[in-house]
Ligand binder design. Structure first.
Ligand SMILES: [Ca+2]
Ligand SMILES: [Cu+2]
Length: 349
């Protein structure tokens, strides 16, 4: 057998190994500002947490490597985008009558949904008890026209709709993460742990994320140092160098939301390769209202009501609605050809 017949085979075998060996230092040197490399790989996605009925079954998923913003997009970063593009967010625009047939004209005012805690304990039967639509609330005025961003430049931008987040990502030359990428990244290299750092919410009594302490929703003691959102990176980063992958603010993902998506993937594939979410949305709680996935929970998460700060937890929201605890961060492909580690035929919708 000649060297010529052997070599191509050997090269094919060696190349991936070599690539891995040289890629790590190269990537570290070339890290885009503010981003961390998430190496990709296989993991168990989802959660057996009894209250997360839409996060079952835990199923096998593979994602390629990608860069991810180390923090949520801040007010200062979003301001740069708006300055450069004159972009106007959904919350700053007056809703059109044709989009809300039957709504009285006086209700068609620009604004957004703000957390407004009641003064005393309330039944946790409907979130309408602590959320209220505030005229003039938007990313520049998080609590309404009288509020501003002074001293909050480094806080995550909020009141951004999914389409606002998309517009920012496009401008930044990035994209929103898929739900699978987001969850892989949040787990920080750990296997099936409840939280990005392990299984305990407060290891050794230490606060590891910005969530809610006290009595929900009326009494927020801010035991972790923050009653509302915290400046990004206020808590230790996870194993991939990513901050606030639990708590602080919810983060939009690219995927449509359906509660039956995980069972379908588990049924159809042994290992779901780079899943992009279902082709359409269904929320049985609100049929007819298409929703996108959000992940990571927020400063309002507490085991008294919603503990979806866990990486396996799933959130959902109407793409044209932001609130005072929803933001986002972006990802980008290092080299779309190689970084994915997947054949294009493997990538499925
Ligand atoms: Ca807090
Ligand atoms: Cu929550």
């Amino acid at each position: 057998m000649s060297a010529a017949t052997v070599l191509p085979v050997r090269c094919n075998l060696l190349l991936p190994a070599l690539w891995v060996a040289v890629a790590a230092p190269l990537r570290a040197a070339e890290a885009p500002p503010g981003m961390a490399w998430v190496p990709g790989g296989e993991f168990w996605m989802g959660s057996e947490e009894p209250q997360f009925r839409d996060a079952r079954p835990v199923h096998r998923v593979r994602v390629g490597g990608f860069w991810m913003d180390k923090t949520e997009v801040t007010n200062a970063q979003f301001a740069k985008f708006v300055e450069a593009t004159r972009y106007v967010t959904v919350a700053e625009k007056t809703p059109k009558a044709e989009d809300f047939p039957g709504a009285p004209t006086e209700n068609l005012v620009a604004g957004s949904v703000v957390f407004a805690p009641p003064a005393q304990p309330v039944p946790l039967d409907t979130h309408l008890r602590w959320w209220t639509y505030v005229k003039g609330a938007n990313w520049r005025h998080p609590e309404g026209p009288a509020s501003d961003l002074k001293g909050r430049e480094n806080h995550p931008v909020v009141h951004v709709a999914w389409q606002d987040a998309q517009a920012y990502a496009k401008w930044a030359g990035k994209r929103l993460p898929t739900e699978a990428e987001w969850e892989f990244a949040a787990r920080g290299g750990l296997d099936r742990k409840a939280l990005p750092w392990g299984d305990e919410l407060q290891p050794g009594g230490k606060f590891m994320c910005n969530s809610f302490q006290g009595h929900f929703p009326d009494k927020n003691t801010g035991g972790d140092g923050f009653v509302g959102a915290a400046p990004v990176g206020s808590f230790p980063p996870n194993g991939y160098g990513l901050s606030d992958m639990a708590g602080n603010v919810w983060e939009w993902c690219a995927d449509w939301y359906r509660p039956d998506y995980y069972p379908r993937l588990a049924r159809e594939t042994e290992v779901a390769a780079n899943p992009q979410g279902p082709a359409d949305s269904l929320d049985p709680a609100e049929p007819g209202v298409a929703k996108r996935v959000m992940k990571g929970g927020s400063y309002l998460c507490t085991d008294q009501y919603c503990s979806r700060y866990m990486p396996g937890g799933r959130g959902k929201g109407e793409p044209d609605t932001g609130t005072s605890h929803v933001g986002f961060r972006c990802v980008s492909d290092a080299d779309p050809q190689r970084a994915s580690g997947l054949d294009s035929k493997e990538i499925q919708r």
